[in-house]
Structures are given as C-alpha cells and as structure tokens.
Design a protein around this ligand. Sequence first.
Ligand code: ATP
Length: 505
Amino acid sequence: MSTTGMTLIDTLRSHVESHYPVLYLVTHEEPEADALIRTLAADGERRIVEWNLARGLVDFETRQPKAAWCPLTDALDNLLQQDFTRDTFIVIRDAHLGLRDAPVAVARLKALIARNLADDEHSVTIFLVSSQPCVPPELEKFITLFDLPLPDEAAIQGEIRKYVDAYGLTIEDGTLAKLTNAFQGLTRYEIGQLINRGFQQDGRIDLDDIDLVHAEKRQIIRKSGTLEMLEVRERLDDIGGLDKLKPWLKQKAAVLADWPAARAFGVEPPRGVMIVGMPGCGKSLTAKAAATLFNLPLLKLDMGSMMGKYVGESEANMRRALRVAEAVSPCVLWVDEVEKAFVGVGRGGGGGGGADVATRLFGYFLTWMQEKTQQVFVIGTANDVSSLPPELLRKGRFDEVFYVDFPKEAERAEIFRVHLNKRGKLGQRVLVDRLAKATDGYSGADIESIVKEAIEQAFVAGGAAIDTERLLAVIKATHPLRDVMKDKVKEYRDRFDAMKIKEAA
Ligand code: ATP
C-alpha cells in the first residue's frame, strides 16, 4: 500500500471509483478520517451510514443515534436487509473492537460485501476506521489498508499558527521551526493539548514548551510496551578498533547535527546502518555510542514483544512501535538481533503461520525503511546473516552494512587500553602490546572479562598491582569465544565473505 506520488485523497478516490469494497483507515486522528470520507462522499452525493461501538447506528454528521444501541452484528443485519437506493458509504468506527472475536459480525460483513459487489446500480463502499487494524482472514482479500499520515511539517506549522492567532500572540520564525521539529510524530490532538498546556503555564508559546513535548513523548514510549528508551553514556572512545565504522558514524553525526542545512545542500537523509558480525565484538556498544555521538535518544525495539495472537496483531504492534519511534524523532532506533525477528521470511506457506507473519512484518519494516520521512536513524545488529532475508542487506535500505570481526592485534591492544583505563588501571606496568599478542581469537567481551577478572583477583590478593604478568595469567586460564564457538564462527565468517560485507575495522 504505497501512496507515493499521489495524495491520500486521490488514492482513496480512485479506490472508491474502482469499487474496492472495503477501505480500512488506520488512524489516531478520527476527525482527519471523517474529513476524507466527507470529501469523498460530497464528490458523488453519497449517503453516509455510520455505526460506532458507543452509540450504535448514528447520523455521521451529528453523531446522534438513529435507533436504540445495537451491536455491530445487528447493525450489519439491518444493512443487509436494506435496499440501497443511492450510492452509499458505510462507516464502521472502532472497527477492531466490533470485529475482534465476533464471527457473526465477520460473516455478516462478508455477506454485505458480496451483496455490494453484486449491486450493479449503486456503488457502496465500506470504510472501517480504527486506531489499529484488525483484519479477519476471511475478509483479507476484500480489505485495503491505509495508514493516515501524521501531520507533516506544513500541517504542524499550520496547527501552531492557529493557536498563536487564537491567543493573539506572535511567534518568531526560529521558535516556530524548532517547535515544528519537536512536534513531529504527534497527532493534531496531542499537539493542541501541548500548546494549550504550555500557554496555561506562562501565557506564551515558546521554546520552554519543548520540555513538555519531550515528557509527552516519554509517556508515549512507556505506553507502547514494545519500545524501551535506554539511558546511554557510551562514547566512541570506549570502542577499541572499528576504525572504518567510527569515521563513518562521525560523518553521519555531522549531517544529523545540522540536518536542515544538510538537506538544503542536497544531502540524502541518513537512514541507518546494519552491523553484523561476531558475538561480543562491539555491535551493541556501537549502537549505544552512536546515540551519544548523535546526541539523540536511543530506543530499543523489542522484537519478541511484537508477536500477537490475532491475525494482523503483530503487524499492528510493529506499526505502532514504528509510529512511536517517529513520534520521538529525531532518534536512533536500535533493532537488536534482527535475525530473530524475521526468521522464516519467504518460507511461509500462507494461512497465517509464524513464517507468514514474519514475512509480512518484514515487508512492512522494509517499506517503512524505504519511505520513512521522519528522522529515525535505524541501527540493526545481528550475528547470523544466514537467516537474514537478503533484501534487508541490499543497498538503499541501510546506508551501509558493516561486518565486525574478531579484533586484530592492534585493536586488541586498544581494547585492553580502553578497559584498563576506564577502571583507572592503565599503569606503566601493563604492556598492552604483549597482552594483545597473547589474545589471538579473543573478542572485545573476552578482553573486558579478562580485565575485570584480573582486577578482582588483585583485590582478593590484598590489593596487589595490576601488571602484565597478572593479566597474562588470567588470559592463560580462559578460552576465547572464537574457540568455544569454533564451528559457528567459521560458518558466520564464510557467509560474511560470500556476501562481501564491508569490514568495520
Ligand atoms: P552480541 O552479538 O553477543 O550481542 P555484541 O557485538 O553486541 O555481541 P557488545 O555487547 O557490544 O557485543 O560487547 C560486549 C561487551 O564487550 C561490551 O560491553 C564492551 O565492554 C566489550 N567490547 C566488545 N567489543 C569491544 C570493543 N571493540 N571495544 C571495547 N569494548 C568492547
């Protein structure tokens, strides 16, 4: 469902005119959906019939009940018995609540669709409107889903100006631009609420109100249940090695820091980076350090929490999570263990099985990556590329794909330096070059454990010095991850080689 090149109203109009039976509008902004439906109805002088869960069958404009309340099942029965004498729109609001676990409603809706399709004289279009999609499998082939976009920059500016005018205030261009940026990803309703609160506090609409916006966005994340906001302090200097990845990230940081100017200059919007490679070699560390470097909030997407038990629920969860990320934009969205989320993509046999759901989730994610307009910088991390669908690694999704291998000698020296230094133990008595030589095949995580273990042993030994010998003794007593996971490591490396992914170091 792409509306690229056409406005949403044009796309909807062409669907109505081509007799698509059910158009599902997914939105948190019902007034926007109503406005679209109203405009389309006016095109053809269509009658509008509405059912909503709160009041049953109502007048679309006044929302006044037309009869005693009835459940969707009865409303559909009533509609099935009516002969339509003119072109009609049937609006079912709160559609997900009306259709979920309601087989009779689903069956009657199917019957109504069949009747409408057979009606040669009048065109009848059903609009399902709700904040989340619920597409019963029986109706899947009749339904076309549309996500109503959140307000864009121009719409947000319009909204701010509306309040500024109403309160008889003035606003500087710079303040307007910054507020517009901060309001990205919120609904008109949320924007209105925040402006009102800001105005109540000090009688102004100004940059102080941005704090309110951030608080609101934190609320949205907490309510989402699928995203976590991480507090990070890691810096690029905490990473030993990866000397191709670091300058790359610095360049992106420079672009993101001055995005309006970069865009005006013709720079493409940064999409994100995929980091694949050996376990314990700094992928997660890099995601965190990148967020600090970009000076942006870091959101972690929990793929496990995505999977729902109803058809369409997993997709709805994903949709909501990505919406939330957009609401918090500009931000970094870290998708850890990408390979686990999309296991079985392309191997679905239909029928709504796990692999099928993964394929749809994946498709949605790719389209979103491709079309996202908000500043959400995605960092994907994965060990196992074998289960990753190749489309994900193809150019154009991510700006770059990096492969993180076990650190080489010089890098290991640096990693020792980082971890000893961090703990105030990088003294003259530690020769990191000797440690690096002795740790062929050790990961960054192995090296960190060695440093920690040596410090603990030194403490237990009565506060002894941390020197090369002590560290070498710990090294001798441990096995590097590469040996422990020999077969897996070989498998990963062969694949990375075959895919010719750029090395991060
Ligand atoms: P996994 O695939 O197992 O999730 P990962 O590549 O994401 O592994 P990290 O979580 O980034 O690994 O690394 C684990 C720990 O090892 C980090 O917290 C960090 O302290 C240390 N470490 C790994 N690589 C490096 C590095 N290049 N420089 C400094 N420390 C590192």
